[in-house]
Design a protein around this ligand. Structure first.
Ligand SMILES: NC(=O)c1ccc[n+]([C@@H]2O[C@H](COP(=O)([O-])OP(=O)(O)OC[C@H]3O[C@@H](n4cnc5c(N)ncnc54)[C@H](O)[C@@H]3O)[C@@H](O)[C@H]2O)c1
Length: 241
């Protein structure tokens, strides 16, 4: 069953990992998908893995004009924008003692500013119809992780931002929700020290790290009409952690 026939989606950070799985999953349910990422080589490879109507656009989510351009390209090339997934992300982990101001600012500007830029750029296009926006938060934003004072703050901020934006978008029928993944097996987590990774897996009641498709399926639910009365909510995808 296709859940998104005729819908047009923009996914940031779609070059690899969770963003790529989200783009593939939305496309497999009938959506036309615009892939946005900093990494244009990854975007071109990613596009080849997706059947159906797709486009790609270079985009640094921390720059509002680039996000606005990505929204405009989606409208011009796909005919509109019904689904926005603010997924792009980075980590710059370090203990408070060692973290630099630059590492703090970089993470805040990609995650918090980047998500706000997506909401801001999409508002004129999506406020007056029954679209769906999904922001990718993290369990780190709810429990706080050692070495992630920047990332935990940014991901907690995305939760508050989601709930506030849901109220502003709701007037026209557009929904705004967040997905909060736990540990997911991607390049981002593979960059962590192996012993820290092993400790994290031990804490997962379902006994395994999540896969990108686990997050993509939650995004699919929130993007589709199956979640038509859900807005301002946070869906945890953590294996029970
Ligand atoms: N992997 C996990 O365990 C996990 C857990 C919770 C939340 N998340 C969140 O899920 C999202 C995706 O993470 P992932 O694990 O797939 O990471 P990843 O590193 O595999 O992929 C991130 C993608 O974002 C792109 N990107 C980075 N900065 C960008 C920018 N400024 N503008 C546009 N694109 C940019 C990268 O080029 C890359 O393609 C992130 O928001 C991350 O914080 C991941």
């Amino acid at each position: 069953m296709e859940l998104l026939t005729g819908k047009r989606a923009l996914v940031t950070g779609a070059g690899q990992g969770i963003g790529l799985a989200i783009a593939q999953t939305l496309a497999s349910h009938g959506a036309a998908v615009m892939l946005a990422d900093l990494n244009t080589d990854a975007l071109q490879l990613a596009r080849q893995t997706i059947d159906g109507q797709t486009g790609w656009v270079p985009c640094d989510v921390s720059q509002l004009e680039q996000v606005s351009e990505a929204v405009q390209r989606t409208v011009d090339e796909l005919g509109g924008l019904d689904i926005l997934v603010n997924n792009a992300g980075i980590t710059r982990d370090a203990s408070l003692k060692n973290m630099t101001e630059q590492q703090f600012d970089d993470v805040i500007s990609v995650h918090m500013r980047g998500t706000w830029n997506g909401l801001k750029a999409a508002f004129p296009v999506m406020r007056n119809h029954s679209g769906s926006i999904i922001n990718i938060s993290s369990l780190s934003g709810r429990v706080g992780l050692f070495g992630q004072t920047n990332y935990s703050a940014a991901k907690a901020g995305i939760v508050g931002m989601t709930k506030a934006a849901a109220k502003e978008f709701a007037r026209g029928g557009c929904r705004v929700n967040a997905v909060m993944p736990g540990m997911i097996d991607t390049a981002m987590t593979q960059a962590m020290p192996p012993e820290a990774l092993a400790r994290l897996v031990e804490d997962i009641p379902l006994g395994r790290p999540g896969q990108p498709i686990d997050v993509a399926n939650a995004v699919l639910f929130l993007a589709s009409d199956l979640s038509g009365f859900i807005t301002g909510s946070v869906l945890e995808v953590t294996g029970g952690q």
